[in-house]
Design a protein. Structure first.
Length: 109
């Protein structure tokens, strides 16, 4: 019996310099690329409720991909690389981006 492919998630916490420019120059083109591969933005918010720890970012994004490998392929793709470089070099002042695999709760019995 094959286990189902778990979704992959890209989670980003960023310090966006100008949200309007970020959305126009990066966000909208990135969403168009994500839609083409079946990925969905689950969260895009500038107003988290910080319950524990430090939070020095002003923008949080969670994107659901069909799998972790699809998320990694997207992040490293030739089509996304110019947008990634634009985000890193012009539109943000740091932050963190991670890719994680979804949880299979059936694995716990």
């Amino acid at each position: 019996m094959n286990s189902p492919t778990l979704p992959g998630y890209l989670i980003a916490t960023l310090r966006v310099k100008d949200l309007e420019q970020y959305m126009q120059r990066y966000g909208l083109p990135a969403i168009a690329q994500l839609n083409e591969i079946g990925a969905e933005v689950q969260v895009a918010s500038g107003s988290p409720d910080v319950l524990e720890g430090d939070w020095d970012c002003n923008w949080t994004v969670v994107i659901r991909f069909p799998s972790k490998s699809v998320a990694t392929e997207f992040y490293n793709s030739a089509g996304y690389t110019p947008l990634r470089m634009l985000r890193i070099n012009e539109l943000t002042d740091g932050g963190s981006v991670v890719i994680v695999e979804g949880l299979d709760v059936t694995a716990f019995g």
